[in-house]
Each structure stands twice: as C-alpha cells, then as structure tokens.
Ligand binder design. Structure first.
Ligand SMILES: [Zn+2]
Length: 62
C-alpha cells in the first residue's frame, strides 16, 4: 500500500483549503490534521471546513 506524501496529497486540490478549519485549526493553505495535529488528512478535510468555505463563497456575512 502506498500513501501519497503530504506534499502531493489529493487534498491539496480541494478549494476549501482557502479558508481556516474550525475543527482542527488548520490555517488557510494548509491541510486539515487529525489526531491532535500529528497527522495530515491527505484525502479530505473536515466537514466544517467545507461548510465554512461554501458559506463564504456564497457571499454570506463572513
Ligand atoms: Zn480540519
């Protein structure tokens, strides 16, 4: 089983990386992390981050 390196993780393509994550505290431009920040989430982000991004994108009151 091979795992992509954090540098080439599929999650980098996700648009919600443009906002901070309310769940794990990842700052804009960084991957979400799990397990107390020790492990980057290579394939997705927290649901709350997606929601936050979608809300801002809609032009809501950010
Ligand atoms: Zn997160």
């Amino acid at each position: 089983m091979s795992r992509p390196a954090p540098d080439s993780a599929p999650a980098w393509a996700l648009p919600q990386l443009a906002v901070a994550c309310p769940t794990c505290g990842a700052t804009p431009g960084h991957l979400c992390t799990s397990h107390g920040g020790t492990r980057p989430r290579l394939y997705d982000t927290h649901q709350t981050r997606t929601t936050t991004w979608a809300a801002q994108r809609k032009g809501g009151t950010a």
